[in-house]
Design a protein around this ligand. Structure first.
Ligand code: ADP
Ligand code: MG
Length: 392
C-alpha cells in the first residue's frame, strides 16, 4: 500500500518536524556541495507555502567526541538554506532545552527553525525513547524526508514518527516510487548491473536481484572473486578468499542469468600511470591485477542491455577514479543512457558519483540520493524510517 505523503497532512499553523538529510560534504567548515540541501527544498517550500511552522532536523558527520561537535556544527547548513528560501531561518545551536523550546514557540507560520546536529545527542543513534519523546513534544506532525538515513532506526528517523502523525516528504516519496518501480514492479526485460569493490558488500544485492532481474551483469573488483570461483587465475586482482565458495554457489544456481566479464584491463600496479594490458578473463597474468572490464565485456554488456525496459545499476565497473580504468564504467553509463524507453535507476554512492562525474546526471530516470539506503532497498530489506510511516 502507498504511504501517506506530506500532501495528505493538514499542515497550516501546525509545528511540523522534518527529518532532512543535510549531511553535506565540507572543507574547512565550508560546504563543498549543497546538493542535499537543494534536494530537500521541494518539501520545505511546500511547507512554507502551506503555512506550517517548520522544524528541521538532520545529522551531520560522525559525532563521537567533544571535538567532533565543533567539526560537525549544523550552522553552515542553516546559513546556506537561508539563501535558498524566502522566509526567516533561525538556527538553534543546541538539541534540547529552553533555547530550542523558545525558538519553536516563537515560530510564525511559514518560518523555519533548524535544530543543531541530531548526533550531538548520544541517544540519537540508539533510538532512545526518552529523546524521541522529547523531540516529538516539539512538534505536531512529522515528515520523513531524509532518504540517506531511512535505513537507520534512530530517534530522529524512527523514534519521532512512532509517536507523531507522519508522512513521507517529496524526496523520500520520489525515491520509493523510482526504486520500487525498478526493483519491485519492473517492466521486462529487467537488467541489473552490479559492480564496485567487494562481493561482501554486494552479495545481498546480487542475491535479491537474481530473484527479480532477467540478467545480472557483474563488473568491478567483485568480478574477480567470481572469476576465481570459475577456476581462472586472477593474478593480483582484488579477491575475497572467504567468498569464493559462496561465489561458486551463486554461479551454480544462477546459470547464465549471472554474466561475468570476458576480458579485463589489467595493470601492473594500482596506479594511474601503471603499465596496462587488455587480457581475456581466462588468462590474467600472475603479476597483474584487473582494474576495469575490457572492450569485449563492454560489447557483451551493451548487447545484453538492448531492449531492456528496466535497468538498475549499482557499483562502478572499474577503478573509475583513475582515467585508464574509467572506460568500462563510462561505456556502460553511455549504453544505459542511450536505451530508448527504459526506466534507468542508479543506486550506490560511488556509482552515483561516477555517473555525475562522467556527465550523465540528466540521462538517467533516477539517481538515488542515498548510498546505504538504496543499497538496502535493493537488497529487499525493510527500511525502518519508511516502514514506520503510516499508509494512506
Ligand atoms: P557503490 O558506492 O556505488 O555501491 P562500491 O563502494 O561498492 O560502489 O565500490 C566503488 C569502488 O570500487 C570504487 O572506489 C572503485 O574504485 C572500486 N573498484 C571498482 N573496480 C575495482 C577493481 N577492479 N579493483 C579494485 N577496486 C575497484
Ligand atoms: Mg561506495
Amino acid at each position: 500500500m502507498a504511504k501517506r505523503t506530506v500532501k495528505d497532512l493538514d499542515v497550516a499553523g501546525k509545528r511540523v518536524i522534518v527529518r532532512c538529510d543535510f549531511n553535506v560534504p565540507r572543507k574547512d567548515g565550508k560546504i563543498t556541495n549543497d546538493n542535499r540541501i537543494i534536494q530537500a527544498l521541494p518539501t520545505i517550500k511546500y511547507l512554507i507555502e502551506n503555512k506550517a511552522k517548520i522544524i528541521l532536523m538532520s545529522h551531520l558527520g560522525k559525532v563521537k567526541t567533544e571535538e567532533d561537535k565543533a567539526k560537525n556544527d549544523l550552522r553552515c547548513v542553516a546559513e546556506r538554506l537561508s539563501e535558498l528560501v524566502d522566509t526567516k531561518v533561525s538556527f538553534v545551536p543546541v538539541t534540547r532545552g529552553a533555547e530550542l523550546e523558545d525558538a519553536v514557540a516563537a515560530l510564525q507560520d511559514g518560518e523555519i527553525v533548524v535544530m543543531q546536529n541530531t548526533r550531538y545527542e548520544k541517544g540519537e543513534s540508539k533510538n532512545d525513547p526518552e529523546l524521541s519523546a522529547y523531540w516529538a513534544s516539539l512538534g505536531d506532525l512529522f515528515v520523513e524526508d531524509a532518504f540517506g538515513s531511512v535505513h537507520r532506526a534512530h530517534a530522529s528517523t524512527a523514534g519521532i514518527p512512532s509517536i507523531l502523525p507522519n508522512a513521507l516528504g517529496f524526496l523520500v516519496e520520489k525515491e520509493v516510487k523510482m526504486l520500487g518501480a525498478a526493483v519491485d514492479t519492473p517492466q521486462r526485460p529487467f537488467i541489473a548491473i552490479i559492480g564496485g569493490a567487494k562481493v561482501s558488500d554486494k552479495i545481498a544485492v546480487v542475491d535479491n536481484l537474481l530473484k527479480k532481474a532477467d540478467k545480472v551483469l557483474i563488473g568491478g573488483g567483485m568480478a574477480y572473486t567470481f572469476l576465481k570461483a570459475k577456476g581462472y587465475p586472477i593474478g593480483k586482482s582484488l579477491v575475497e578468499e572467504d567468498k569464493v565458495e559462496l561465489a561458486k554457489e551463486y554461479l551454480a544456481k544462477a546459470g547464465d542469468k549471472l554474466v561475468l566479464p570476458v576480458d579485463n584491463v589489467c595493470a601492473d600496479a594500482f596506479a594511474e600511470d601503471a603499465n596496462t594490458k587488455v587480457v581475456d578473463s581466462e588468462s590474467i597474468p600472475a603479476d597483474m591485477m584487473g582494474l576495469d572490464i575490457g572492450p569485449k565485456s563492454v560489447e557483451l554488456y551493451r548487447d545484453a542491455l538492448q531492449g531492456a525496459k528496466t535497468v538498475v545499476w549499482n557499483g562502478p565497473m572499474g577503478v573509475f577514479e583513475m582515467k585508464p580504468f574509467a572506460q568500462g564504467t563510462l561505456a556502460v553509463c553511455t549504453a544505459i543512457s542511450e536505451l530508448p524507453d527504459a526506466t534507468t535507476v542508479i543506486g550506490g554512492g560511488d556509482s552515483a558519483a561516477a555517473a555525475i562525474q562522467l556527465g550523465f546526471a540528466e540521462k538517467f530516470s533516477h539517481i538515488s540520493t542515498g548510498g546505504g539506503a538504496s543499497l538496502e532497498y535493493m537488497e529487499g530489506k525493510e527500511l525502518p524510517g519508511i516502514a514506520v510511516i503510516s499508509d494512506k
